[in-house]
Design a protein around this ligand. Structure first.
Ligand SMILES: N[C@@H](CCC(=O)N[C@@H](CSC=O)C(=O)NCC(=O)O)C(=O)O
Length: 280
């Protein structure tokens, strides 16, 4: 045990340590796991942090085992922190039909206000409050933080960065759900978690938030052109349009032939970590 944290996994990786922790999350009212990669530089000084938010169906281990990010985090001296994607455990409700795009593995990084979801589904608060607090005993400088994610997690990273000026020095995303108020995955999630009032949904839509942003963060988005979810669910053109109208400096790169998978993420994760490291 490390304070309220229980160390449940540890492996040497690129000279650093890949760790997995269990802890009690007050905002979610359940026990959670999260992953931390500590680069070798953390042996001698506190290192900056890149938070990674994963997509639908993931837990904290998809990114850790499939993205190949540790090689680059080690080279740049950046820690990687990857939470799960929803509350977990007995008593946490799931999609009534067991669908993979809602409920367990699909918390959408919102604070649910609608029963029965509101009792546990508060992933927005979890990422901003419980998770940084849980890192307190580790050799991290959490005042130097960046955030990134994939798909549902790309949406989460953009929303959390845009809503919290001063908390992050840069933000990036792979194939983010750019406007959850205007795609089937988002409409299902926000309708259930937040209820029917669509005005409330806008505080979780990066195309709305970017128009209100008081701070311009360095923002990098990669999107594969062969991504099967591109046209219906992800809609990067809406983010590009909103950024242009708001004068927000977005770098959106369309990557020919890449799909939605971790093959795409592993191809470009080194560039994202270098981008964040240059701002940390
Ligand atoms: N199970 C689904 C596919 C679900 C999927 O593609 N999930 C993506 C994120 S999608 C948006 O948030 C993912 O990251 N999956 C985990 C992985 O390790 O690849 C299906 O059967 O189509």
């Amino acid at each position: 045990m490390m304070g309220a944290l229980e160390l449940v996994g540890e492996s040497r990786c690129f000279g650093g340590r890949q760790l997995r922790f269990a802890h009690r999350a007050a905002s979610l009212d359940c026990d959670m796991h999260f992953a931390v990669y500590l680069p070798p530089q953390a042996e001698s000084e506190p290192v900056p942090v890149l938070y990674w938010l994963s997509g639908l169906t993931c837990n904290d281990e998809n990114f850790t085992t499939k993205a190949g990010a540790q090689r680059y985090a080690s080279a740049h001296g950046v820690a990687l922190v990857a939470p799960d994607t929803s509350p977990r455990g007995e008593g946490v409700p799931d999609d009534p039909e067991g669908a993979w795009d809602f409920g367990l593995g699909a918390g959408f990084y919102v604070n649910a206000t609608n029963a029965p979801w509101s009792a546990h589904y508060r992933m927005y608060d979890y990422v901003l409050e419980d998770l940084p607090a849980a890192l307190a005993g580790l050799p991290l400088d959490t005042s130097r933080a960046a955030i990134s994610g994939h798909s549902m997690g790309g949406h989460g990273a953009l929303v959390i960065a845009l809503r919290n000026p001063g908390r992050f020095r840069s933000v990036s995303a792979f194939a983010p759900i750019c406007s959850p108020t205007r795609c089937p995955w988002g409409e299902k999630a926000l309708g259930n978690y937040l209820g029917d009032d669509r005005a409330a949904w806008e505080s979780y839509d990066s195309t709305c938030l970017i128009r209100l942003a008081g701070e311009h963060l360095p923002m990098l988005v990669d999107q594969g052109e062969a991504d099967g979810f591109l046209a219906e669910q992800l809609r990067p053109e809406l983010l590009r349009e909103a950024a242009q109208e708001a004068g927000y400096p977005l770098t959106l790169r369309m990557q020919p032939d890449y799909d939605h998978s971790y093959y795409f993420i592993s191809t470009f994760i080194g560039e994202h970590i270098a981008f964040h490291a240059s701002h940390l």
